[in-house]
Ligand binder design. Structure first.
Ligand code: ATP
Ligand code: MN
Length: 422
């Protein structure tokens, strides 16, 4: 007999012989009758046996044992979902050693660090599963949206020979006789792809050797990036607005069950566009400085259910490759923007510098050596047009969308200041 997924039994709604496989979720004994909740990746079904059932004894199973049950699905008013299984044969496929090292119930009493130590077991929890099912919907929606718009997906290298964003915070790698680094962003590569193939997208890991330990930073994270030729900051802010709305719509449609389980209610966000100067005034910040986490939260509080764009940032606090306003090397403002959602930055982007001399100037102005960026600068010498792009952190976005209080909840195997395993 072929195994059937639990969801199918509820869908079929008929009395039939079945074979199910999964984890022991819960057991209960009420005198002469024993209940066992069996869980697979699609749902939970009740197994019920009375004293005269040959499998009565085998109904005593430890939590998270993996078992197979063949028997008859029967309708029952008392059973959750209206159907339960009367077992004919119960077999243990794998025993789970007891006691379990973490609490695997939905509202686990185990603290996050310990749950992460036993992440494989934490994956048994439906809440954890819901987070990653939604993350999978997010990345699929992102890819789908841009592929449908004629973007090409590309894979940048993860090992690079020099800094892409300027000196600091790189993990060194030994590369034969040479020193290399783990990529902190696909920046330079996506620009090269956009300047030849026009519309580029990628979902790729990046590494940042920031020593601080915060609830919103990882040392290894995934980025969802686009880059477009013949585009400025306005063009790509609209692209960001559109894709966020598309992703949220997909999550609402395809992740309804998971959202329910996580007790999250989503609305398709509106978009608000403010200049940096307007925005920094609204939160009483200092012109020329980045928004503090409190100020980001405050700004989003003014515009609920919105992606808040702050555009035209001062050049001094944007990376060297962001185009100064009017393509003038001394312009105070730039074509760079940030996007905030749910109180936190989810994306940064802008128009890039495609003029080699200007690029060299800006690199110098940031106190960096243009000679270290020669091949990057040279890539714009043979026909490079104005282009622009941005980057959304996948884990950051997941965290914001689901209102998680730590980004590690949104990363299967987080890498942080202290954690390298599992
Ligand atoms: P922040 O100011 O929030 O630290 P950033 O400005 O340093 O971020 P960017 O270089 O703009 O980061 O990266 C683009 C996006 O990638 C960010 O908007 C964010 O969503 C995500 N991101 C950046 N750094 C991290 C990190 N250390 N861990 C997880 N996600 C990150
Ligand atoms: Mn940023």
């Amino acid at each position: 007999m072929e195994r059937i997924y639990i969801k199918e039994i509820f869908k079929n709604k008929k009395e039939e012989k079945v074979l199910v496989k999964g984890w022991v979720h819960e057991t209960r004994e009420l005198g002469k009758i024993k209940f066992l909740l069996l869980r697979d990746v699609t749902g939970i079904i009740q197994i019920v046996a009375t004293k005269d059932n040959s499998e009565f004894k085998k109904m005593n199973q430890s939590r998270e044992n993996v078992i197979s049950v063949s028997g008859k699905a029967v309708k029952s008013k008392q059973a959750p979902g209206g159907i339960e299984i009367v077992p004919e044969k119960i077999e243990v496929i794998a025993e789970a050693e007891q006691p379990l090292p973490i609490d695997v119930s939905d509202f686990s009493k185990t603290e996050l660090p310990k749950r992460l130590d036993y992440r494989f077991l934490d994956f048994h929890r439906k809440r954890t599963q819901a987070i990653f099912k939604i993350q999978s919907i997010i990345s699929t929606a992102f890819r789908e949206h841009f592929i449908n718009k004629g973007f090409i997906e590309f894979q940048p290298p993860s090992i690079i020979s020099s800094a892409s964003e300027g000196g600091t915070e790189l993990f060194p790698v030994k590369y034969f006789e040479k020193n290399a680094y783990l990529a902190q962003s696909p920046q330079l590569y996506k620009q090269m792809v956009a300047c030849s193939m026009e519309k580029a997208m990628t979902i790729t890991p990046v590494w940042r050797a920031e020593k601080h330990n915060t609830i919103r930073h990882l040392n290894e994270s995934r980025q969802m990036d686009i880059e477009m030729a013949f585009a400025n900051q306005e063009t790509i802010m609209r692209e960001l607005e559109e894709v966020v709305q598309y992703i949220v719509r997909q999550v609402i449609e395809k992740g309804a069950q998971e959202l329910d389980l996580l007790n999250v209610k989503l609305k398709i966000p509106k978009a608000v566009y403010l200049s940096y100067e307007e925005a920094i005034k609204k939160v009483k910040g200092k012109t020329g400085e980045d928004f503090t986490p409190e100020q980001e939260k405050k700004l989003c509080g003014i515009y609920p259910d919105s992606v808040v764009f702050t555009h035209s940032w001062p050049s001094s606090i944007k990376p060297f490759y962001i185009m100064p306003k009017g393509e003038k090397k001394d312009a105070k403002l730039s074509e760079g923007f940030d996007a905030l959602y749910g109180g936190i930055e989810i994306s940064s982007g802008g128009q890039r510098i495609h003029i080699p001399e200007l690029l060299a100037e800006r690199i110098k102005a940031k106190g960096l050596n243009p000679r270290n960026f020669e091949s990057y600068i040279d890539s714009f010498r043979y026909g490079a047009m104005p282009h622009a792009g941005w980057s959304i952190g996948l884990e950051r976005f997941t965290m914001v969308l689901l209102g998680l209080n730590n980004i590690r909840e949104a990363c299967m195997f987080p890498r942080d200041r202290d954690r390298l395993t599992p």
